[in-house]
Design a protein around this ligand. Structure first.
Ligand code: F6P
Length: 546
């Protein structure tokens, strides 16, 4: 059992949760005109309003006590200074070193991490400039026009999410494409319009063993060499980003075309490393640096701000409150900025792969809820699809609403409509409308008593649905960097409070191992008796139907 439950703050929070469950946020707002001031944090490029949660000052104080009792600040120092806080893999957790704006050495296992990072950034810059300026030529002497990033999970989601979010800042340098799925339909579709003479592939894989990525990379090599008729063309069209140089070289990628990754960078926190090469190629290296600077600014805020004014810490505490104490099972990510359309997919991996666990970092069973299931969609699309559920279902889904003050692509009249919805939804979710009001509104519209009786129950919104609002100045590389870093640190704080090792992902291994065995059985047509009868029958059905 986790010893977290023995803490005084934990016990108090359990008691407060029972009390608060029967209260309505409307009362909190009615009783406290300063609620927004008390429960919001303003940073230079964004604002977090967390006042629309079922908390009051007593709850917040108690959550802050929990952060103190679980020594969040000490753990934060350990992370930033390279202590091996990834306990199960005995690794440091230093994605923050990738954006550190300092030349001071940072030593892990006798190696200066700062030097490694700076060397790779310098190598990236030279490479990016060479490709973008047309000095990197393909096998037939033509300049590179298209980049295809082959990678999955953390070697795909971060770079692709950022590429999509910062499209506005992309110039005509090169076009960037992503292939993550081993379903051949994706790579075929991506490569169809491209000219092999002008394409550069980035094989992004920390381990360089991921089957899906290796399969796609092999197909890409075949596609290239069936045009060049020359194995040597691989050197001009393939680079790799990996912590496993040996495998990448064994794959045929030249040593000087390999960018380093390290075991102290988790895949889902790696977009700041050379895994972000596709971003830098798309936007130019200066913009990539701005992204890093934005993340660094959030790191500084996270390190220096007292917990009560600390955006990532507060986001984590609210999530723990809603999930572990109030019992919410899921959390929606609802961006009201088209550019952030991949944010929920990105955060799904970031949060669920990090904290979706049921034992403590010492291996003891946990009997409290940890991370909620993360899901979401662009808010406006969601409004016309699943918001019915958010407003009126029996399941309460806390949600993060993320919008921008300024649109990067202003079109007359659009942004105000968008933002009107943005503000309206969190108000509606919180305030709701009771039966008395519903009846009065219908009566004012001249509806008959029969109609009012019939329809009223359906129009009642209980409200009291928790939301955070994150209002960004505008989407630009710096602000986006800060936003992503805020979520990274939120996940870290959540992990510490819940006593979870947020930086391993043992839960993905079982399925991976089985898939390899099943692939072998399918290819040799020898289905093993050891499978359960459902799996064995499905495999047999598939083989027969082929
Ligand atoms: O299987 C999960 C995972 O290991 C993720 O943690 C990781 O981001 C992804 O696969 C890709 O791994 P790699 O970069 O080693 O190919």
């Amino acid at each position: 059992m986790s010893d977290r439950q023995t803490l005084a703050s934990w016990k108090k929070l359990q008691q407060l949760a029972q009390e608060k469950k029967s209260q309505h946020m409307n009362t909190f707002f009615a009783n406290d005109v300063k609620r927004f001031e008390k429960f919001s944090i303003e940073l230079p490029n964004m604002l977090l309003d967390y006042s629309k949660n079922l908390i009051d000052s007593e709850t917040l104080d108690c959550l802050l006590s929990l952060a103190n009792e679980t020594e969040v600040c000490d753990w934060r120092t350990k992370m930033f200074t390279g202590a091996k806080i990834n306990k199960t893999e005995d690794r440091a957790v230093l994605h923050t070193a990738l954006r550190r704006q300092s030349n001071d050495p940072l030593i892990v296992d006798g190696e200066n991490v700062t030097e490694h990072v700076q060397n790779q950034l310098a190598k990236m810059e030279v490479f990016v400039d060479k490709v973008r300026q047309g000095h990197w030529l393909g096998y037939s002497g033509k300049r590179i026009t298209d980049i295809v990033n082959i990678g999955v999970g953390g070697s795909n989601l971060g770079p692709q999410m950022v590429t999509e979010a910062l499209k506005h800042y992309s110039d005509d340098g090169v076009n960037v494409h992503y292939v993550s799925n081993v379903d051949g339909a994706q790579i075929v579709e991506v490569l169809r319009p491209l000219d092999p003479q002008k394409v550069l592939f980035i094989v992004s894989s920390k381990t360089f063993t991921t089957t899906e990525t290796m399969t796609n990379a092999k197909t890409a090599i075949k596609w290239l060499t069936s045009s060049s008729f020359d194995e040597k063309s691989v050197a001009k069209h393939f680079v790799a980003v990996t912590a496993n140089k040996e495998n990448a070289m064994g794959f045929g990628i030249e040593e000087h075309n390999i960018f380093d990754m390290w075991d102290w960078v988790g895949g889902r926190f790696s977009l700041w490393s050379a895994i972000g090469l596709a971003i830098a190629l798309d936007l130019g290296f200066d913009k990539f640096k701005e992204l890093l600077e934005g993340a660094y600014e959030m790191d500084q805020h996270f390190i220096n701000a007292p917990l009560k004014d600390n955006m990532p810490a507060i986001m984590a505490l609210i999530s723990v409150w809603n999930t572990t104490f109030l019992g919410a099972h899921s959390q929606a990510i609802l961006p009201y900025d088209q550019t952030l359309h991949m944010l929920s997919a990105y955060l799904q991996q970031a949060e669920m792969e990090s904290n979706g666990k049921s034992v403590t970092w010492d291996g003891d069973e946990i009997n409290y809820a940890t991370v909620p299931s993360i899901w979401g969609e662009l808010g406006i699309n969601g409004q016309h699809a699943f918001y019915q559920y958010l407003h009126q279902s029996n399941n309460v889904v806390p949600a993060d609403f993320i919008g921008s003050v300024e649109s990067v692509t202003p079109v007359q009249g659009h942004h105000e409509t968008l933002m009107a919805n943005f503000f309206a939804q969190t108000q509606a979710l919180m305030v709701g409308v009771d039966e008395q009001q519903v009846r009065a509104d219908l009566k004012a519209k001249g509806r008959t008593p029969d109609y009012i009786n019939k329809v009223s129950p359906h129009k009642v919104h209980k409200g009291n649905r928790p939301t955070n609002t994150i209002l960004l100045k505008r989407i630009d590389p710096k602000t986006l960097g800060s936003l992503i870093a805020a979520y990274e640190h939120k996940i870290f704080v959540q992990g510490i409070i819940l006593q979870i090792c947020s930086f391993d992902q043992w839960g993905v291994e079982l399925g991976k191992g089985l898939a390899a065995e099943i692939q072998e059985e399918l290819s040799t047509n020898s289905i093993s008796e050891k499978h359960d009868c459902s799996t064995a029958s499905l495999m047999k059905f598939y083989q027969k139907a082929k």
